[in-house]
Write a protein that binds this ligand. Structure first.
Ligand code: NG1
Length: 468
């Protein structure tokens, strides 16, 4: 991954300033690499990635930059330009223990652990891996559904690789970092990291999984994407993580029950089921599921009974495997596990993603907008991840002329995305300002920073910064 394209002047300037800090620390003639990795916003295809089903995000034109310079010790010294993220230090090892939950340094540890595991499988001599200083500076707003965490893990992974002369083709790099957030206890799919690596200017990305593949779909020039932050922050390491992981488990259970009903072996996720069927229909598969098990299951023990396996074995299959689970990932078994509604969303959303990609390619924005509205409804009613505030924002954007609007990202807060004719975007923003932001009494700066027209930008890339 040493593509030099994709950097704009402002990013090169930011990288230059960080490089000067790094060289001040390790030596003025040191080699220095800089990586930019963008955040992403998802057009459609929500909560499908961890079922191995397609998504349609864009990489956005806002990035995180990590600058790395080698030093003689096998450890990473980590500094963040934002003083609210304190400096961190850790040793490079085959298995890196995490900082306490919620620490920002865990995203960097996750990335480096992922690189180490990937290259260990390729017989790289881990004892020869170099440490260094890494300076981070991000312009991807956190907790806004724009994937600041993927921008950080991707830029850290590529910076650590550059430091060690390691290289990978983009699809393989996307595969490598796809599971990095499992390290922090989120059983996430690979959409965010893939979008950050595979982004293309003015293109949406139709991304498929297992293995990761991408088809770039040009954004029609008369279309604009308004992204607006609800300023409702779901606690990433608390409620949001528990609810997110719960839905991953619910989908995995639906997949196993469908597999039993259809007599398919080796199924772990819903994507495994549909890939085995030549043609499939969301309503028919949902009906098969409804006929095979109750719509909701009484905890994992109830699920294990239906599947005819021991609860312990099911737990190990669903929750085991990552570097930190099972102690970080738990499922509250006192609430029912909703398998029917969740599967109905995932199956119908998959068809919507395919149709939206085709409609976007054909320039049929009305069709894309209608699918986005339908996606929001399904996320609210069947996946139960919307909030009254996200519903109100999406509705406000539609009333103001957006062709379609929906929550984007995991939900429980975060942002909405509205597809507009470029000429309508200012009106949509004005309506959100008037109807949604004004009653929140935000400062002019905070209101301004909360919403924007975002353009699809290029994916991550690394450059070497020459000594001035
Ligand atoms: P956000 O909420 O933007 O971080 C999360 C997952 C994605 C995907 C979406 C829902 C993480 C890091 N990412 O995105 O992989 O599953 O939810 O479509 O949790």
């Amino acid at each position: 991954m040493t593509r030099a394209e994709g950097w704009d002047d402002a990013e090169l300037e930011r990288a230059g300033a960080l490089a000067a800090l790094a060289r001040a620390r390790v030596g003025t003639d040191s080699q220095v690499w800089a990586v930019r990795a963008p955040g992403r916003v998802n057009l459609i295809g929500e909560h499908t990635d961890y079922s191995g089903l397609p998504v349609l995000p864009i990489a956005i034109d806002r990035s995180t930059i990590v600058v790395a310079a080698p030093h003689a010790r096998p450890e990473i010294e980590l500094c963040n330009a934002d003083p609210s993220y304190p400096a961190r230090r850790f040793a490079i090892a085959a298995s890196i223990a995490p900082f306490p939950a919620g620490d920002w340094g865990n995203y960097v540890k996750a990335a480096i652990q992922g690189v180490i595991e990937h290259f260990a499988r390729r017989d790289t001599d881990l004892a020869r891996l170099r440490g260094g200083v890494m300076y981070v500076e991000s312009r991807v707003p956190p907790a806004a559904g724009l994937s600041s965490s993927a921008a950080l893990t991707v830029s850290s992974a590529l910076a650590f690789m550059a430091l060690n002369g390691l290289d990978l083709p983009p699809l393989e790099a996307a595969q490598m970092v796809a599971r990095s957030e499992w390290y922090v206890g989120t059983m996430a799919g690979g959409m965010d990291q893939a979008a950050s690596i595979l982004g293309q200017r003015d293109h949406a990305l139709f991304i498929e999984f297992d293995p990761i593949r991408v088809r770039a779909v040009r954004m029609p020039s008369h279309a604009a994407l308004v992204v607006a932050d609800s300023r409702e922050v779901a606690d990433k390491s608390g409620k949001l993580r528990a609810e997110y992981n719960r839905r991953v488990i619910e989908c995995a259970l639906a997949a196993r029950i469908l597999a039993r009903a259809l007599e398919l072996g080796g199924v772990k996720i819903i994507g495994d089921v549909v890939r085995r069927l030549k043609a499939w229909d969301p309503a028919e598969l949902t009906a098969t599921l409804a006929a095979s098990a109750p719509a909701s299951l009484a905890g994992l023990d109830g699920a294990a009974r239906i599947l005819g396996i021991e609860e312990q074995a099911l737990r190990a299959e669903l929750l085991g495997g990552g570097p930190n689970p099972p102690n970080w990932i738990e499922v509250d078994s006192t609430r029912p596990l909703e398998i029917l509604k969740r599967a109905r969303h995932v199956l119908s959303e998959t068809k919507r993603v395919e149709r939206a990609a085709a409609a976007l390619e054909a320039g049929q924005l009305d069709e894309v907008g209608a699918l986005m509205n339908e996606s929001h409804r399904s996320l609210a009613e069947d996946f139960e991840v919307s909030t009254p505030r996200l519903d109100a924002m999406a509705e406000c954007a539609r009333r103001a002329g957006a062709i379609g609007a929906r929550l984007t990202g995991a939900g429980f807060g975060g942002s909405i995305i509205a597809l507009c004719a470029a000429s309508e975007a200012p009106g949509v923003i004005a309506a959100l300002d008037r109807e949604y932001y004004a009653p929140l009494n935000l400062s002019a700066h905070d209101c301004e920073a909360s919403r924007a027209v975002l353009r699809a930008g290029p994916g991550a890339s690394a450059i070497e910064i020459a000594v001035a």
